[in-house]
Design a protein around this ligand. Structure first.
Ligand SMILES: Cc1cc2nc3c(=O)[nH]c(=O)nc-3n(C[C@H](O)[C@H](O)[C@H](O)COP(=O)(O)OP(=O)(O)OC[C@H]3O[C@@H](n4cnc5c(N)ncnc54)[C@H](O)[C@@H]3O)c2cc1C
Length: 399
C-alpha cells in the first residue's frame, strides 16, 4: 500500500495535526510523550482524561464503523492518525486494549446487546479493558487454560473461577475479556468460552506483579466465582477459541505504525546521545545505528504490505506472521544499542532504587518485547507451520 498523498489525505493529516496542536497542551502538556512501554504507570488519571478529550474531538476508535460511533477511517487515514499522534508526542493510550482488541472483536462476533452495552464506554474513553488469556500453566500453550466457567441455572449467570497472570493494566480496568473452559471434560482449544467480565465485583482480586523496571504494569487476577450474565459470552459456549484467535489477529493492526513512530523517536534520541558523548565516532556503533535505521524502514514497508490486504475477521495473512518476530527482535536490539551508546553511564542510576532514565527504562522493558503477544520461538513456529507449510511440531492431545 502506498499512502496516496491525495489532497483528501493531506487535509486529513492537517486536521489531525491541528487538533493535536490545539489540544495536547495546557493541562495535557505534562503527558506529552509519556505512558509508553515501561512508563504505563505514569500520569494515569491525566491520560484517562486525555481519552475523554480525544473522544470529544472524535478521535477515539476512528477505524470503527460509523454505526458504532467511529469515523470509518480508511487504513490510510488510520496510518496518518497514528503517525501524527506519535509525531505530536501523544501519550500512551489508556484505551488501546478496548479500542483495538475488544471493540473489533465485539463488532465482528458480538450480539446487538453486547455492542450496545460495551462499545459506547470504550468509544467515550470511560471504560477500560484488560486481556485475561495467560495463566500460570497456559502462556504459549494458551489452549491449556484451566479457568472454568460454570453456568448456574438458579441465578441464570455464569460463574468464573481460576487464575490469570501477566494481565496488563488489570488494576486500571473496568472489564476483562476472559477465556475460560465451559466444558469441564474438554481439553485443548475445544470447550472454551470467551467472556466479558466486570472487574469491580467480589469474585475478582487483582494483585500487582513488580517488574524489572520497578513498576507494576501487570498483575495476577484471581476469579473466585466471578459472575457474568448469559449475554456476556461472545459466540456460543465452546466457540471461545475461534473468537480468542480472531482477537489476536486484530492485535497486528494499524496501531503498529504508531508504534514505529515511537521507535523512530527512540532511535533519534539514541543518535542524539551518540553525537553528544562521542560514541558516534565508533565505527561499530555507527554501523549498528545504520542497521537500526534500515530495520525500521523495512518494518514500515512490511506494515504497509500487511495492512493493504487485511481481513475484517482478524485472520492473519502471511505477511502479518513475520511482523511480531521482526519488530520485537529489532526493538530488543535497539535497547542493547542504547546501552552501548550510553556506555558506562548505562549502569548508573540517578537515584535508588529505580530512578531510570528513559533509555534505561526502554532497554529493560524491551526484554519483554520478545515474550508478550507470543514469544519469538512461538512466532517461528507460526511462520514455519502456517506461512511456509512445514510439518506441525508434535502437540498434546486436544491441541
Ligand atoms: C509485558 C508483558 C505483558 C503481558 N500482558 C498480558 C496480558 O495483558 N494478558 C495476558 O493474557 N497475557 C499477557 N502477557 C503474557 C504473555 O502473553 C506470555 O508471557 C507469553 O504468551 C509467554 O507465555 P509464558 O510466559 O507462560 O511462557 P511459556 O509459554 O512458559 O514459555 C517459556 C519459554 O518456552 C518457550 N516455548 C514454549 N512453548 C514452545 C514451543 N512449542 N516451541 C518452542 N519454544 C517454546 C517460549 O518461547 C519461552 O521462551 C504479558 C507478558 C508480558 C511479558
Amino acid at each position: 500500500m502506498k499512502l496516496s498523498g491525495s489532497s483528501a489525505d493531506e487535509q486529513f493529516r492537517r486536521e489531525v495535526a491541528d487538533w493535536l496542536h490545539a489540544n495536547l497542551c495546557g493541562e495535557f502538556e505534562v503527558i506529552r510523550g509519556r505512558g509508553g512501554p515501561g512508563d504505563e504507570h505514569m500520569f494515569v488519571e491525566e491520560r484517562k482524561a486525555w481519552e475523554r478529550k480525544l473522544y470529544e474531538g472524535g478521535w477515539t476508535c476512528i477505524g470503527w464503523p460509523r454505526a458504532y460511533g467511529g469515523r470509518a477511517a480508511t487504513i490510510g487515514q488510520q496510518v496518518i492518525f497514528n503517525e501524527e499522534y506519535a509525531r505530536a508526542g501523544g501519550p500512551g493510550r489508556m484505551g488501546h486494549i478496548g479500542e483495538t482488541l475488544t471493540g473489533p472483536t465485539v463488532i465482528a462476533f458480538g450480539s446487538d446487546e453486547q455492542k450496545a452495552r460495551y462499545l459506547p464506554g470504550i468509544l467515550r474513553g470511560e471504560e477500560f479493558w484488560c486481556q485475561g488469556y495467560s495463566e500460570p500453566g497456559a502462556g504459549s500453550d494458551l489452549a491449556n487454560v484451566r479457568t472454568r466457567a460454570v453456568f448456574d441455572e438458579e441465578s441464570d449467570r455464569w460463574q468464573i473461577t481460576g487464575q490469570k497472570v501477566w494481565t496488563s493494566l488489570a488494576h486500571e480496568s473496568q472489564f476483562c475479556f476472559v477465556i475460560a473452559r465451559t466444558d469441564p471434560h474438554s481439553s485443548g482449544h475445544r470447550g472454551l468460552g470467551f467472556f466479558l467480565v466486570a472487574m469491580d465485583q467480589p469474585g475478582v482480586t487483582v494483585r500487582p506483579i513488580e517488574q524489572l523496571t520497578g513498576t507494576s504494569e501487570f498483575n495476577e487476577v484471581f476469579f473466585d466465582g466471578a459472575s457474568c450474565g448469559t449475554g456476556d459470552i461472545v459466540g456460543e459456549p465452546g466457540e471461545g477459541w475461534k473468537v480468542a484467535m480472531a482477537l489476536l489477529g486484530f492485535e497486528r493492526g494499524v496501531s503498529t505504525l504508531g508504534q514505529q513512530m515511537l521507535f523512530s523517536n527512540e532511535l533519534d534520541e539514541i543518535i542524539r546521545v551518540a553525537r553528544a558523548n562521542g560514541s558516534a565516532s565508533d565505527p561499530v556503533i555507527r554501523q549498528r545505528i545504520a542497521d537500526a535505521h534500515v530495520g525500521l524502514r523495512i518494518m514500515r514497508a512490511n506494515s504497509m504490505r500487511m495492512l493493504s490486504g487485511g481481513a475484517d475477521d482478524g485472520s492473519l495473512q502471511r505477511e502479518a506472521m513475520i511482523y511480531k518476530l521482526y519488530w520485537a527482535t529489532w526493538h530488543r536490539n535497539l535497547g542493547k544499542l542504547a546501552m552501548d551508546v550510553l556506555g558506562a553511564e548505562s549502569e548508573i542510576l540517578e537515584g535508588a532504587p529505580y530512578t531510570l532514565s528513559r533509555l534505561q527504562s526502554m532497554y529493560l522493558f524491551s526484554r519483554a518485547d520478545t515474550i508478550y503477544g507470543g514469544t519469538n520461538q512461538i512466532q517461528r513456529n507460526i511462520i514455519a507451520e502456517r506461512a511456509l507449510g512445514m510439518p506441525r511440531e508434535p502437540r498434546g492431545e486436544g491441541s
